[in-house]
Design a protein around this ligand. Structure first.
Ligand code: IMP
Length: 192
């Protein structure tokens, strides 16, 4: 089976391919000649994941899956959520996003938050959603230099390290994206 992962991130693609059985060949957007920017215009993670997967299925005719992730902070009523990538304004930068987040929750007692990933899979004219959640806390200041995005200020529940202080293997084994990918892979590997 050939399946498109609607991403240009080859590291993400490789990671998922390594978890899949040999029966499933993953293709990137580049592999199918898709170079256009798919605008993420929806107001939910579910909406954006579906929009990207549907774009590929409708324009290129492939079965496909796409992901979208957001950081949901309880005391900010779920913000930045679907707007996580551009929270600090344009041009986008992880540093500006973190700066704004730390300012917004400066006075809040409750620093609990979660990363949430949605993967939408279009397969044989049906659509499936897989969700991965990683709960934790927003730290008062940055700690660690690995990873990306909000990793230096996110400490997962049950750990005393930030995501940015963990190896990628350790992070992937507990992360929102890792959990959603495991659910997707289990589903795909069980198809006859
Ligand atoms: P995307 O949907 O994977 O592109 O994620 C959207 C945004 O959420 C990214 O630009 C990051 O700001 C943030 N984000 C997603 N996943 C992570 C993560 O694992 N660590 C830190 N930030 C993340």
């Amino acid at each position: 089976m050939r399946l498109v992962f609607a991403t240009n991130n080859l590291n993400k693609l490789k990671e998922v391919q390594e978890m899949l059985s040999d029966q499933i060949e993953l293709l990137s957007l580049k592999d199918i000649g898709c170079s256009e920017e798919i605008e993420e215009t929806a107001t939910t993670l579910e909406g954006n994941a579906k929009l990207k997967a549907d774009y590929i299925t409708e324009h290129y005719g492939y079965d496909c899956f796409a992901d979208d992730t957001g950081l949901e902070v309880d005391s900010l009523l779920g913000a930045p959520g679907v707007y996580s990538a551009r929270y600090g304004g344009e041009p986008r930068s992880a540093d500006k996003n973190i700066e704004k987040l730390l300012t917004e929750i400066e006075d809040k007692e409750d620093r609990s938050a979660q990363f949430r990933t949605i993967i939408t899979l279009n397969l044989d004219d049906k659509s499936y959603d897989f969700e991965g959640i990683c709960k934790g806390l927003i730290l008062k200041k940055r700690s660690g230099s690995k990873g990306f995005g909000y990793d230096p200020v996110f400490q997962p529940e049950g750990y005393s390290l930030s995501f940015a202080e963990m190896s990628s293997d350790e992070k992937n084994s507990i992360s929102h994206r890792g959990i959603a990918i495991q659910k997707l892979v289990q589903f795909l590997n069980n198809i006859d």
